[in-house]
Design a protein around this ligand. Sequence first.
Ligand code: NDP
Length: 293
Amino acid sequence: MQLIDGKKIASEIKSEIALEVEQLKQQGKKAPHLAAVLVGHDGASETYVAGKVRACEEVGFKSTLIRYEEDVDEATLLNTVSDLNNNDDIDGFIVQLPLPRHISEAKIIEAIDPRKDVDGFHPVNIGRLVLGMPAFVSATPAGIMELLRRYKIETSGKNCVVVGRSNIVGKPISILLSQKAYPGDATVTLCHSRTKNLGEVLRSADIIVAALGKPEFVRADMVKEGAVVIDVGITRVKSDQTKSGWKLLGDVKFDEVAPKCSFITPVPGGVGLMTIVSLLRNTLKASRKEIYT
Ligand code: NDP
């Protein structure tokens, strides 16, 4: 069994990006600039956005954080999106989700200029991804693809089972793994809460991507010998074994599944750390106008 070390790969990629930023600066060009819009004070969103801003600083990007209180109205947010779209100094930006209920996430996402949509949530980017055109790919699926690539994991002709069909993880990774490319060329089955005989479907998998948000759902008896297991799930649970009083669990029961695997990602230290570096890579691509030339 080989552990897929997301921490190591994420750190390598950050160094690569930092080097590219340094080269841009030496050529007299400006550093990539990412803006983030954060509404309210949700603890998880605050942590994610702080992590993104910190990562920008680490690689030499410029970052701007725009904050609003929970009761901000939709029109104000749409105006901010429009300002960011028109601000030539901003290469890419994200609006941290979830938004308060009185704001339509779909409306906000659709208002973002696809050329600056470094989260890859805009329908244009999702459509381009489906068509195999250059697109901003959402950060978590892009991070998974990079892990497969860096560990040279064979995907062609493999049976791949994705559990979870969300727009940000399950659906895009299922499309990416079935694309005519490497990593890709897999035969993909996309499962969800209505899937029958999920255990049986999982046992047929050469590659499992677990993205359902149910801690330790995937057990050893659902995994075949030699499978590759990518655990996307992150759930915070109470724990009396840690100082903080809580710990993070993945969707896979790691201790019993790992001995059966050829490769497995741990939680924490696997896919999660790749998500932020994928956002940085998208911002670098946006600044170089690589996707939309
Ligand atoms: P969502 O809640 O949006 O989607 C969950 C999906 O899992 C749904 O499609 C749902 O089915 C399916 N599902 C739920 N229960 C079952 C079940 N018992 N059997 C089969 N399918 C089931 O989740 P996300 O995609 O946003 O996130 C999934 C997990 O990944 C979470 O733990 C989240 O925290 C984590 N995550 C981690 C990231 C990272 O950076 N590592 C980034 C994003 C998410 P249905 O559609 O039928 O309801």
